[in-house]
Design a protein around this ligand. Structure first.
Ligand code: C5P
Length: 217
């Protein structure tokens, strides 16, 4: 069984997908974390991502793997580092590049092969698994997404204002929506859920009710 969850930044995809994975005993794949890991790699080595040759060469040296809820970049646990604000922006910048996307999509399909998986990202229902059994598109108002992200960041001790976060989310959504390669878009057959007024438990419940009702697994 494949469940695809797409939507803009901070729309509640990760938390929801993780909880559903636990309840249904599915593998959970956070594809955004993979783009973030690539961005971190390029950032730490000072690679000019506009330089196609350097990018290709460095991409070939990147190995990404997951263990429990941690992400490893060439065997280093980078789960915390990839959440830094400058990496958020860079991840969206490198995500427009064709060869980066191809490598990520290939890896995502490889990880999911033969398994029951819930994947979340921007292009899961449109590109990575267009034949997914279930497709959801989560949205929420910019204000509520910024507030959620602000709370998460404050808890981690990252000091950003609500306004800075709102601007960053807005910039990223625009960049992700307008790119030529696999833009952020609701698949025609995806079910849209507006999470603005929903608690996490309600989001999970809404999705589980649909999955249990139609039971294609
Ligand atoms: O989901 P998250 O906010 O961690 O993703 C970081 C960035 O990675 C997004 O802003 C987007 O540019 C990119 N991304 C993508 N396709 C995906 C997942 C993430 O382009 N499937």
């Amino acid at each position: 069984m494949i469940i695809a969850i797409d939507g803009p930044a901070a729309s509640g995809k990760s938390t929801t997908a993780r909880l559903i994975a636990n309840r249904l005993d599915l593998l959970y794949l956070d594809t955004g974390a993979m783009y973030r890991a690539v961005a971190l790699y390029m950032f730490e080595r000072g690679i000019d991502t506009q330089d196609g040759e350097a990018l290709q060469k460095n991409l070939a040296d990147i190995d990404i793997s997951f263990k429990d809820s941690l992400i490893f970049l060439n065997n280093e646990d980078v789960s915390e580092k990839i959440r830094e604000p400058h990496i958020s922006k860079l991840s969206s910048q490198i995500a427009i590049i064709k060869i980066v996307r191809h490598k990520m999509v290939e890896l995502q399909r490889e990880i999911a092969k033969g398994r029951d998986v819930i994947l979340e990202g921007r292009d899961i229902g449109t590109v990575v698994f267009p034949d997914a059994d279930y497709k959801f598109f989560l949205t929420a108002s910019l204000e509520s997404r910024a507030e959620r992200r602000y709370k998460e960041m404050s808890e981690k001790g990252i000091e950003l204002t609500l306004e800075q976060i709102q601007q960053e989310l807005q910039w990223r959504d625009q960049n992700d929506t307008q790119r030529a390669e696999a833009p952020l878009r609701k698949a025609d057959d995806a079910i849209e859920i507006d999470t603005t007024l929903l608690t996490i438990e309600e989001q999970v419940h809404t999705i589980l009710a649909i999955v249990n009702r139609t039971n294609k697994g």
